[in-house]
Design a binder for this molecule. Sequence first.
Ligand code: ADP
Length: 450
Amino acid sequence: MFKKVLIANRGEIALRVHRACKELGISTVAVHSTADEDAMHVHLADESVCIGPPQAAQSYLNIPAIVAACEITGANAVHPGYGFLSENARFAEIIAEHSMTFIGPTADHIRLMGDKIAAKKAVSDAGIPVVPGSDGGITDDAEAIRVAREIGCPVLIKAAAGGGGRGMKVAQTEADISLALSSARTEAKAAFGDDAVYLEKFLGQPRHIEVQVIADSQGNVVHLGERDCSLQRRHQKVLEEAPSPALSAEQRSEIGAIVTKAVSTLGYLGVGTVEFLFEDGKFYFIEMNTRLQVEHPITEMVTGLDLVKEQIRVAAGEPLGYNQNDITFNGHAIECRINAEHPRTFAPSPGTIVDFHVPGGLGVRLDSAAYAGYKIPPHYDSLIGKLIISADDREACLARLERALSEFVISGINTTIPLFSELLQAQDFRDGNYDIHWLERFIETQQDES
Ligand code: ADP
């Protein structure tokens, strides 16, 4: 097992990784920008190193500074968290070149899944159903129109290097394709420095359902069930739940088995998430994330496994020590992403937190690095905490969520807490009856009413 792990991240996830390390008897090194000197992960880690100014490009994305911090502190492994360098294949290689372990999959798998065209082909060859679309990249209008005729409009043009919902354009009819193609390429070039795009069928009312997997270096792979992440705003997840209210136990084990087999064929190592759109009882692959997900805690609550500890153990070469039959799913879990944003306009709300009173009690977990008096820097994303609720079933989970939200007090800044209380009043949400477009319509109605 590793003696010392450097956590190349900030915020709640840096703290999450620190907690797992401590329970495994591993000492921790925090890295931070000058804007994060007072951050909780810096206070709690055994050691900390300042790696640069506030701008992420010069600190949390600064590979030479992070490698230097590893060398100064003698860390033997690096945990990248999510975001920042977590899906940077070159970073994983550099860590290995410096005789340290990158806690994640191999650089080759990160690279493969980072190219969504190549990823789609690889998983399809491994038996995973994909969204109908172009076989590879699309460069000219004629080719795009030919594929669109084959699969039928509307279609979606997506960036091969895509992430965060950027570089995606819908063409409702054939006449819209030319413009969608050129604007997707321009946006992809600007966002990712790569204008490669591909085309797929635009699904009208899908749910976003993703399957969590974990694999060890001996070739053992298990799936840990699914998460329903259909409640999204601008293609960003807002609330996630496990299990999905839309899946039967048979559908769960069916897709779980397909994913497990494919991940095993690909020789994958570590934790990973295979994301699907689910419509009319059918799954369609959209991408694989080769890292820990923001929403991993709901899987922890229903499986009883500590995913970060598992991730560290398999990175250290330990076998899983259990197989699929040992995994059981108990109860229901929901995660609300609490952002420092206005609950109606979603305008970012950096500033100083005055009161910070968190809910508690059975089945209430808060993953957050915030505290009373904490000054939220304006330089990073607006996530300030994840409220994770678990209970015996969905009904009890919703009641507990409502109770927990009513106890939660954060003052001094705006937060999205009120949005979740409003969501609980919506019958469709209570019934589990929603698709990926539902939340945006709900937010519009709320905005019209106020
Ligand atoms: P990114 O990597 O940018 O997050 P994804 O491929 O994971 O892109 O898709 C993000 C979101 O975009 C999905 O959760 C879904 O809401 C929407 N989306 C992606 N592909 C399609 C599609 N073919 N049809 C309809 N919506 C889609």
